[in-house]
Write a new protein. Structure first.
Lengths: 645, 567
């Protein structure tokens, strides 16, 4: 099942968005023979041929002409509200918004006439007249689209005045997302992100005229709305109106406290993107340079979350096998398909919007939380450290991980398992604060006992990665054969890519002996022989919604056995804690880096990770999905519902 | 208790859904009903409605907070008194009426009496500009209100209008009739003649008449119908823009009530011309008192076989009209804002292209025409193109209904040919001593005395009908301020130039009032006005600085260097 990428889906499913239209799609062109026709337009004297329906902005980009934008975002549907992209089109009285104007006939366009320059300057002056721009103390200083444009257009005075005092109260009630509406310029990217791209619908424009503002339902604080903490709104906010809750001060405090043993686990996606904060091209991996930088910052140990990614595959994969066994052999009522549980945005989404389907979600904790539990139990024990003195930090591409580590159920070690979720952007800030030049750091490896990077763990960073790892391990454990015999270099291509929903089938053509690690659960594999494993992958919660609705309606996806969901478009590498900006190209570059890291790794199958096997031998001695692993590595969920009042 | 309430509410919403449909387009009507029942839209009401329609609660609140007749915070009184604050009523003495209302009720504007009986609110233009000051109480309208009448009005309210001297519907004052207004008897003729023609021939008649849209923008009607007719779609819509919100305009109110037959004829003709089966009349919330009348009228037309299936025996031609109420938003007079509102959304104008004739209501080809356009179209079909275009100018054919208000002896509705000069018009209405005339409403142009020879026509000074006369003693700065206050409130708020620009222009006027605005800053504001004219998203935003610019440019001497009045 091939589906649209999330942003394509967003562009097409705009009927829910009050103010966004599919300008690029002309449903009934007056001359139907012209569909697909090429149209020649002239922009600033240069000719360019574009397919009918291309916007002026896209046509200009094609020939390297830059038109400034604020409300426009490539991932989102057209708004045409900020008007900073206006251009002059010959024979038209008014200026046209380049982002919203579809070319359907030959046009002569000028992008920087005196009228255009004056209009843009006025628009910037107007935005600044209503923007509490205390740039020095703004989280987006030097990475703010409004600031950049003000600079480019030579704003050296506030022509129409300036906001001197904050007007709105900053909302930092959420563990993940802080809203500072004094910085908001009403571009509505967050609204389009939340309503169209993610189908969560936390934000909407409220009131009208000069009183317009972006609000939540009944102005409820972020902690009390259906926000899933995915942070996609942060990634698309042009200014500092939205940002993640920053734990840097607390972490520095812990580092500076000699009594504290501060460890950090680093997820796969940040290493593919952090270079962007240091001027490197997207997709420049910084894995081992970052390890050194983290040590220079003062972290006592640097671990790779790949370790618990592999552990997740062992637990979640075993859970899947058990669900299948119970369903097929014992004929017990079992919730299938099983859903992944790694993405905390997705987990909160289903808790809010489909609480009746929580039984499908794997009880396995996410890699972050498994690591948290293992560090404050096993690691503390073997190193003879009082877990009360351990400060466990996790570097994540994610804003929702901040919420996840604060969930009351995530205290199975007897302490809060993970103390702080740190985003990629925040770590980059810490590294800069420490005066470290990340790209030129010497390389160093991760700390033991949790081993080094594995391919099966690192691909968790891309959409489809969890599924690919699961397939590699489950196939080999069941058949005893190498997955490489089916897919060259173990690249499970059907689950890769950026289509919004992907479906794949895998025939279990033969079975091998049950490996030792699972012998406590199953006598043999015969019951799986000849079965076809059906799986699906969805990313972006709008796509998750489609999958869930299909399952409820008894559609094709209801026959799946296992479905991977990631809240963020592109998976973790497009997470709400990753460097800003984000775009389809940037996400693709990060994915490329992640798959290259996979192929460069020695271990590429979770069940072969020696550190994981060691842990089962030494600590979780009863094996996966047994008593101790259930206590520390599995969890339960809260049906939250979507009612706020 | 709360659970029972919730269940009861959900049952009500389900009932409303079965009446209005379960799509988002039903949202506004469902909210109107729930507000009527509960006095306001509580969080619970908005949330349950959202879930029933499968949209997000924040989206419902976005809609509810957009329209000024919806209330989301506190319960409104049993009687909501809305006093018009727009320029004509302002000039006619609305301040004193306001004061007396506050005195009688012991509350201020924006408040509700403790017993929950009365809420006092300001509203923008009620369409009674020639009979101001006007106020509206629920669905009743009161014209020429004086401070002295206020206690009686309130007393009548308390008796629920069981016995009252105030009329249910205030009649329009037609000062001068003409070809359009004199032909009520032609109802049915145009429709009959139109259905006897082919679609192509029908549009050819309209084209020959040279009629341009009567709403103000002046787009050739035949071209609009032609484009929508040519668009390939199995569903098309005819929408009557009866959201007569432009300050100083009240001629549609007259047509809606007294020429309803011609209006429905015109819509039906348009439906036949473009191949539509469904039409909407989008009636502004301020004309709520016409709702029942219009619904009864449409029902009657249905019974007579003039709406519904096989109209006038024409095989396969069926057309139905549904009445939809606006809820207090000027911007819904902009055709794409109106369509958004019909779709149950915030009335925010869309990007164009695509145009409604191509992608309109529900994404389907839609024509949106003014009330007067439909009426004129019906008459053109009855009497022929030449009958129409013998009046007017070459580029602005026909006669036009003007709504005249302000400082003149005989305010009211005048039908006169396009092309007459402002001086001629002033003579007719008894306003020869005017120092300025605002043509086209708040979004129009202020014409000073020296330019009174200019002609009212699309090629010179165009208007949808609003003519406001300013006598020699009017303070033009106050006039400009009233207009800008109007736009600051009525801008939809989506695009930067209109949302923020109008705030700046209004602040500039306040600076002038304080006597602290330099000429260079004033010139900067004029330039900003030019930017707003060319860079705003919709026609209304583009027109919002017109009054400011023309008043400042023509009355600098009166406006600059004021000595602030100390209070």
């Amino acid at each position: 099942m091939q589906d649209k990428t999330p942003h394509e889906a967003c562009k097409e499913s705009c009927e829910r968005a009050p103010k966004s239209e599919t300008a690029a799609v002309i449903s009934t062109p007056q001359d139907t023979s012209a569909i697909g026709a090429m149209i020649k337009v002239t922009i600033d004297g240069q000719d360019v041929e574009v397919p009918m329906g291309t916007t002026i902005l896209e046509a200009a980009r094609k020939i390297g002409i830059k038109i400034p934008t604020l409300c426009h975002h490539d991932d989102l549907c057209v708004a045409g509200v900020c008007r900073v992209c206006v251009v002059e089109v010959e024979k038209m009285r008014t200026l046209q918004a380049a982002c919203a104007y579809p070319i359907t006939q030959p046009l002569v366009i000028h992008t920087h006439t005196p009228k255009v320059r004056q209009a843009r300057r006025h628009i910037l002056d107007l935005l600044l007249s209503n923007h509490y721009g205390e740039c020095y103390s703004c989280v987006r200083n030097n990475n703010c689209e409004l600031q950049t444009l003000a600079h480019e257009y030579g704003v050296h005075s506030y022509r129409f005045g300036h906001v001197e005092e904050p007007f709105f109260e900053r909302d930092d009630s959420s563990y993940s997302i802080v809203r500072d509406m004094d910085k908001c310029i009403l571009c509505r990217r967050c609204v389009r992100t939340c309503v169209d791209l993610q189908e969560v619908g936390v934000y909407e424009a409220m009131n009208r005229g000069a009183d317009t503002y972006i609000g939540t339902f009944m102005d409820k604080p972020m902690a009390e709305v259906v926000c899933i903490n995915c942070g996609q709104c942060i990634n698309r906010c042009p200014t500092g109106a939205l940002h993640a809750k920053d734990p840097r001060e607390e972490i520095w405090g812990a580092i500076d406290d000699p009594k504290k043993h501060v460890v950090i686990q680093t997820a796969p996606a940040p290493r593919s993107g952090i270079g962007e904060c240091f001027g490197l091209e997207p997709g420049t991996p910084m894995t081992f340079e970052m390890n050194t930088a983290l040590r220079y910052c003062g972290f006592d140990k640097v671990f790779d979350t790949n370790f618990t990614a592999d552990l997740t595959i062992m637990e979640e994969g075993t859970e899947l096998i058990l669900r299948l066994y119970n369903a097929l052999v014992k004929k017990e009522p079992v919730s299938l398909p099983q859903f992944t549980s790694c993405s905390p945005g997705w987990v909160k989404y289903i808790e809010h919007f489909y609480p009746e389907m929580l039984g499908h979600v794997s009880s396995a904790k996410s890699p972050q939380q498994m690591f948290g539990a293992v560090i404050k139990t096993y690691y503390a024990k073997i190193n003879n450290i009082d877990p009360a003195d351990i400060v466990s930090v996790s570097l994540m591409p994610c804003s929702a991980k901040k919420f996840e580590c604060n969930r009351p159920e995530m205290r199975d070690s007897g302490y809060q398992d993970v103390d702080y979720g740190l985003t990629t952007r925040e770590l980059a800030q810490m590294i800069k604060e420490a005066g470290i030049d990340l790209p030129n750091m010497p390389k160093s490896d991760f700390d033991n006992p949790f081993g080094t990077m594995t391919g099966s763990g690192v691909i968790f960073g891309a959409t489809g990665g969890v599924m690919e790892s699961a397939i590699r391990t489950v196939y080999e454990l069941v058949t005893g054969d190498r997955i490489d015999s089916l897919f060259e270099k173990a690249r499970v291509m059907p689950v890769r890519g950026f289509e919004g929903i992907r479906y794949a089938e895998l025939l279990i053509d033969k079975v091998g002996p049950v490996p030792d690690i699972l012998k406590h659960l199953l006598p043999d594999w015969e019951w799986l022989k000849g079965a076809t494993l059906k799986v699906a992958v969805a990313h972006g919660t709008a796509n998750a919604k489609k999958v869930l609705e299909d399952i409820k309606a008894g559609g094709k996806l209801s026959e799946c056995h296992f479905i991977e969901y990631m809240a963020c478009p592109g998976g973790c590498l497009g997470g709400g804690g990753m460097p800003i900006p984000t775009s389809e190209e940037i996400r693709a570059a990060r994915a490329k880096a992640i798959y290259a890291e996979d192929e460069a790794s020695e271990v590429r199958k979770s069940y072969e990770n020696p550190a994981v096997l060691h842990l089962y031998k030494e600590f979780f001695t009863e094996g996966p999905c047994a008593h101790l692993s259930h206590k520390l590595l599995h969890t339960h969920y809260t049906p939250r519902g979507k009612k706020m009042v | 208790m709360q659970i029972i309430e919730r269940e009861k509410l959900n049952q009500e919403i389900e009932d409303l859904k079965s009446q209005y449909g379960s799509s988002r387009a039903a949202l506004i009507e469902i909210l109107q009903n729930l507000q009527a029942k509960y006095g306001f839209l509580s969080g619970l009401v908005m949330q349950e409605t959202a879930h029933a329609l499968d949209i997000h609660p924040a989206e419902v609140e976005g809609v509810a907070s957009f329209y000024s007749f919806f209330r989301t915070e506190e319960k409104q009184g049993k009687y909501v008194i809305r006093l018009c604050q727009t320029i004509s009523c302002d000039m006619a003495g609305k301040d004193r009426v306001a004061q007396q209302l506050e005195n009688e009720l012991g509350i201020e504007f924006g408040e509700t009496t403790k017993d929950g009986m009365f809420t006092l609110e300001y509203t923008n233009c009620l369409g009674m500009c020639d009979q101001g000051p006007a106020l509206m109480i629920n669905d009743r309208l009161f014209a020429k209100v004086t401070p002295e009448k206020v206690p009686q009005i309130i007393a009548d309210c308390k008796r629920d209008f069981v016995k009252t001297d105030f009329p249910q519907i205030v009649p329009s004052v037609v000062q001068k009739k003409g070809p359009i207004t004199e032909n009520e008897a032609a109802v049915g003729e145009g429709l009959k003649a139109a259905l006897a023609k082919s679609r192509v021939d029908l549009i050819a008649v309209i084209r020959e008449s040279n009629m341009r849209g009567r709403g103000g923008a002046g787009f050739p009607t035949a071209v609009k119908w032609q484009l929508a007719g040519a668009a390939k779609s199995d569903e098309k819509y005819v929408v009557c823009n009866a959201d007569e919100g432009e300050p100083g305009t009240f001629k549609d109110r007259y047509l809606l009530y007294e020429q309803t037959g011609l209006l429905v004829d015109g819509m039906t003709i348009a439906a036949y011309a473009i191949g539509a089966r469904k039409g909407y009349i989008y009636l502004r919330g301020e004309y709520l008192y016409l709702k029942q009348y219009l619904e009864d009228f449409l029902k009657k037309r249905n019974n007579e076989g003039l709406l519904g299936s096989n109209i006038l025996g024409k095989d396969g031609f069926s057309f139905d009209i549904e009445l939809r109420m606006g809820i207090g938003a000027y911007v819904c007079g902009e055709e794409t804002g109106l369509i958004e509102s019909l779709e149950g959304k915030r009335g925010e104008p869309r990007n164009r292209p695509p145009f409604p004739v191509d992608t309109g209501f529900g994404g389907k080809p839609t024509i949106v025409n003014n009330v007067e356009t439909f009426v004129a179209a019906a008459l053109i079909c009855a009497k022929g193109a030449n009958w129409f275009n013998q009046n007017g100018t070459q580029n602005s054919s026909g006669t036009k209904l003007f709504s005249v208000s302000g400082d003149c002896e005989k305010p009211g509705i005048y039908e006169m040919p396009f092309g007459i000069s402002i001086a001629q018009l002033l003579k007719e209405v008894g306003g020869e001593d005017a120092k300025a005339v605002q043509v086209g409403g708040a979004s129009g142009w202020c014409i000073p005395r020296k330019d009174f020879e200019r002609k009212i026509a699309f090629e010179d000074v165009s208007t949808g009908g609003s003519i406001m006369v300013f006598g020699p003693d009017r303070d033009m700065l106050q006039v400009a301020k009233n207009f800008m206050e109007f736009f600051v409130e009525e801008s939809c708020g989506q695009c930067t130039p209109c949302r923020e620009g109008n705030v700046q222009l209004l602040e500039g006027l306040e600076m002038l009032e304080e006597g602290c605005c330099s000429m260079s800053y004033l010139n900067e504001l004029l330039k900003l006005g030019e930017t707003m004219q060319i860079a705003s998203k919709c026609g209304l935003g583009q027109a919002s600085p017109n009054a400011f610019i023309t008043i400042i440019e023509n009355f600098k001497d009166e406006i600059l260097g004021r000595v602030p009045t100390t209070v």
